[in-house]
Design a binder for this molecule. Structure first.
Ligand SMILES: [Zn+2]
Length: 395
């Protein structure tokens, strides 16, 4: 009887280890059932053609369903041939009479130059780097490839943009654009964690690029060292799949909203002040837009800036990462985005509140009667600075 404590050499004496070529012939002819007993991330990296994946821990529970007849031919393999030998031994104990193990496992198979099935679209390094993503059935290799092919634009490399950018970069978002015309200031470092003390005075886009490139060389960073305005907004956002609004002023938020509705680009929008934050996802025509939610900016006295009122640094992380989470879901096409929902976070009470937000049929931008904008008028927005006169910074 096999036990975990029994030396492997002893176990292997009871196992029929077969050569690659023999295993291949048996599997190709349909004579044998080939089972890979490794862990899911190993399977995802590469496996043998025709194999069924059953991690060793699940094998005994699933074998009677997979191979009901105990006299049927079974060939097991693992990375070398240790785990598969123990697994074969356990099957023999269960009464399976015709079990063999591929000598040398998939490592020996590859060393012999025999073909394996490797997922397309990811390099060996990427399969390793993103293995904790690809292990998730909802993401998988396909989802990771979508992330690597995606283009995400961050409006602002400040409190919200900093944590978003770092996690989106770590997640392997292939192109990250950053719009910001500020330089790093010492007072930013309490929450804008993408920047560092030695980069005070450096443009924020350049500082963010340095951190992102150090974290993940897969990411292409595009610096837009400017402010969004009516002349450049359509050009800049048209290249991207998802926009992350961490703007520090109302004119930019309204401008971004109107342009994104016209180009049908989803916007993940958040804001923070003191101990409170809010986040929502605006997907044009699927749910409300920013202007459905806030038809006009609040008067200045109702919306003090972080500079004037302060903000708990960690709020930037909490809300910025909720934004990053929304982006990853939108890109991978999974889960339930915050469309038509406004999520409020009160950090002092540690409470989340969700409000339902409907599209406004009278919305001047996405409403039923909103005017058609033809090509020649694209980008000719109202005077946002006047519209939002005196509107404060909110970030
Ligand atoms: Zn609207």
């Amino acid at each position: 009887m096999a036990t975990v404590a029994e030396p492997l050499e002893q176990v292997k004496q009871r196992i029929d280890l077969i050569a690659n070529e023999k295993a291949r012939e048996e599997v190709d002819s349909g004579e044998a059932k080939l089972i890979d007993v490794r862990e899911p991330h190993e399977w995802d990296e590469a496996h043998l053609e025709g194999a069924t994946h059953v991690p060793q821990a699940e094998l005994l529970d699933r074998i009677s369903e997979l191979v009901p007849d105990r006299s049927d031919r079974i060939v097991l393999y693992c990375r070398t041939d240790n785990r598969s030998s123990r697994a074969a031994d356990a099957l023999q104990d269960l009464g399976y009479e015709n079990v063999s193990v591929v000598r040398g496992g998939i490592v020996g198979w590859q060393e012999a130059g025999l073909p394996v099935v490797a997922p397309e679209g990811l390099t060996a390094e990427q399969r390793m780097r993103y293995s904790r993503h690809t292990l998730l059935p909802e993401v998988g290799v396909d989802g990771q490839v979508k992330l690597l092919n995606s283009k995400v634009l961050l409006i602002g490399a400040g409190g919200l943009g900093a944590p978003s950018a770092l996690y989106l970069a770590a997640a392997g978002v292939g192109t990250i654009g950053i719009v910001d015309d500020d330089a790093v200031d010492e007072s930013n470092l309490q929450r804008q964690i993408i920047h560092t003390t030695d980069r005070v005075g450096v443009p924020k886009t350049a500082s963010a690029r340095a951190s992102i490139e150090a974290l993940n060389p897969d990411v292409k960073v595009v610096e837009h060292r400017t402010r969004l305005d009516a002349d450049n907004v359509l050009d800049i956002i048209s290249d991207y799949d998802v926009l992350v609004d961490g703007a520090d002023n109302f004119p930019t938020r309204y401008l971004l909203n109107d342009a994104s509705v016209r180009l049908r680009k989803p916007v993940v929008s958040a804001s923070i002040l003191a101990f409170d934050g809010q986040v929502s996802t605006f997907v044009p025509y699927e749910g409300p837009c920013y202007r459905c939610l806030y038809p006009v900016p609040p008067p200045p006295e109702m919306a003090p800036s972080c500079g004037a009122a302060g903000v708990l640094g960690v709020m930037a992380g909490v809300m910025g990462l909720l934004q990053a989470n929304e982006v990853l879901k939108l890109v991978a096409g999974i889960g339930e985005p915050l469309i038509g929902r406004l999520l409020l976070y009160d950090s002092l009470g540690t409470r989340f509140t969700e409000l339902k937000v409907n599209r406004d049929p009278d919305c001047p931008i996405c409403g039923d009667a909103a005017p058609e904008i033809d090509e020649s008028e694209m980008g000719k927005f109202p005077d946002y600075e006047a519209f939002c006169a005196g509107a404060p910074v909110l970030r």
